[in-house]
Every structure is written in structure tokens, then in C-alpha cells.
Design a protein around this ligand. Structure first.
Ligand SMILES: [Zn+2]
Length: 199
């Protein structure tokens, strides 16, 4: 899943995969100039638009999961905030701009694929959307009809589920979720043990 570069991006020398001093994980290291390649998770920004008993879904025009449904979401770009990223994706995928600033809604850790999802929610005029370049179609879908739509990813299904539950309760919450379990690396469990220790 994680690809270590075979050559140093600073000097072009071949790298060696090894655990640097005072570190816990193997990384591509350059013995020539000392460069170390750190691989960190990617952030995905998204926004769930809703109006009364409806949520906005987009039919994906791109792989992976072409033809499946999702809410606007995509990789965060450099030099933007997560909220700006969510709004950019809303324009790119659904030509949708909400009247009010989106509210932070859910954080997802997906350790198995090393991704973090930062998801917002916002009210949307039910007619103010159209397929952008990355979508085949956009639709405001009644919650009662959601079962007819095949959602693109487990995370999308989970987040829509949270929204549906909150709407049913008539109360918004902020959610922090982890999906797919962890690798249970000993060093991560050790950090967790130290962080949670009460003294
Ligand atoms: Zn180098």
C-alpha cells in the first residue's frame, strides 16, 4: 500500500529501507545525503448537503467506483483548510454552494488505508446543484429512498448513516469514528497506553 521510493529525491542516490535512529518504522533512507522519506496519511475533505428529509448524492463519473453514489468528497489540496477543501469538492462534483458556512460534522480515521476523512454538513437549496466534471448526475434523495442507491465506499455509507440518525433524533452531534480496525502495531499501542495512563 505504501510505496517507498527507491531513489533519493534530493540527490538521486539509491535509498535503503531501514529504521532511522530513535524511530520506530522502516523508511527509505539515503546514506549519501541523509535524506529520510516520511510517508504520512492523506486527508479527504467532504460535505453532506441536506434539506428537510433529503441528502445530496452524486453519481461518480470517475474511478474508483464509477457509477456508484457519494456525497462530494476528495483529497485535500495543499494550502487550503479542510472546510475550503470540502467546498471545492462540492463545486467540482455537484456545482453546489451552500447559503451558510458548512459546519464540521465528523472525523474518520481509516488506519488500514492510512486516510483521514474530515466531513462537514450544510443546508442546501434543493434545486441549487448540478453534475460537475467528476459526476454523471446529482440528486436530492429522500432518506426513505436511500436504500435504492449503492454508495461508493463504506465510509460514505457510515457518514450518511450518522446524518440520518441525527436527523431522526432531531439533534446534531459531532462524531469521531475509526473504521476498519488498526494494525495494532506495538508502538501505537504503547503511545495509547501512555496517553491514557492516569496518574
Ligand atoms: Zn540523497
Amino acid at each position: 500500500m505504501q510505496t517507498h521510493p527507491k531513489f533519493c529525491t534530493e540527490c538521486g542516490h539509491a535509498t535503503e529501507l531501514k529504521i532511522p535512529p530513535n524511530d520506530t518504522r522502516p523508511r527509505a533512507c539515503c546514506d549519501n545525503c541523509g535524506w529520510i522519506n516520511y510517508i504520512n496519511p492523506k486527508v479527504v475533505c467532504g460535505v453532506i448537503f441536506h434539506h428537510e428529509d433529503q441528502v445530496l448524492l452524486c453519481k461518480r463519473a470517475i474511478e474508483p467506483r464509477l457509477g456508484y453514489w457519494t456525497f462530494p468528497a476528495g483529497f485535500m489540496e495543499c494550502e487550503e483548510t479542510t472546510q475550503q477543501g470540502a467546498l471545492r469538492e462540492a463545486i467540482e462534483e455537484a456545482s453546489a454552494a451552500p447559503r451558510n458556512t458548512p459546519v464540521f460534522y465528523a472525523n474518520y480515521s481509516l488506519p488500514r488505508i492510512s486516510q483521514v476523512y474530515s466531513i462537514y454538513r450544510a443546508e442546501l437549496d434543493p434545486n441549487a446543484h448540478a453534475a460537475g466534471p467528476e459526476s454523471l448526475e446529482t440528486r436530492m434523495v429522500k432518506i426513505a429512498d436511500l436504500g435504492q442507491y449503492e454508495l461508493a465506499f463504506g465510509i460514505i455509507e457510515h457518514a450518511v448513516g450518522l446524518l440520518v440518525d441525527d436527523m431522526a433524533r432531531g439533534e446534531w452531534a459531532v462524531h469521531d469514528c475509526a473504521l476498519g480496525g488498526t494494525f495494532d502495531r506495538p508502538e501505537i499501542l504503547e503511545y495509547q497506553r501512555l496517553a491514557l495512563r492516569s496518574d
